[in-house]
Design a protein around this ligand. Sequence first.
Ligand code: NI
Length: 224
Amino acid sequence: MIVCIGEILKPEQLQRVRVALDSGAFEDGRKSAGWHARLVKNNEQMQMADQKAQALRAEVEKALTGHPVFQMAARPAKMTPILFSRYRDGMTYGNHVDDPVMGRGAGRLRTDISFTLFLDDPESYDGGELVTDTSAGEQSYKLPAGSAVIYPSSTLHRVEPVTRGQRRVAIGWIQSTIREPAQREVLFDLDTARRQLFDREGKTAEFDLLTKSLANLQRQWVEL
Ligand code: NI
């Protein structure tokens, strides 16, 4: 299940993030890539120790994790620190699959879900589509600024070359409390249906049964 979530960052937040990124210190993104991804990775990442990066990360993380659709789709247990990436001057990231385990010590996690939060208006740059390669074929994502796509980390994906302007994104990885993508999809669908039913008819007996099923399926599947 690949889910696009709109308007995670408000226009004034986006503006603040962009201004901070304009003066941030970036380094070669190959530093944080595994040996095979390094062969196809050509982008820049904001330096993790940068003071500005820390405040920005906290703001973006709060907006993302506070979004109800993100919670329903990802059901996060742990999340990596958010990374700010920049692509310009033909930069690209060829086909790769993200590392299955990331982080160190208490921050170590299994990557179940990857996300990309777009920070620049799609009209302001050419190229830079995130392309996922699944059994259903290739799918291309170039979302409005402030919107995010979340997808299973098991997916082969790439970023097309940026041939004009710059593509800046906030990215990160999540260990979900629900490990299996198919199970996450069942919970997402049930939760969506029950909320729509609630909006239409209120707290009916049918709503209560759906809520019970949702809770009890989570009880069977959840990993804390
Ligand atoms: Ni990737």
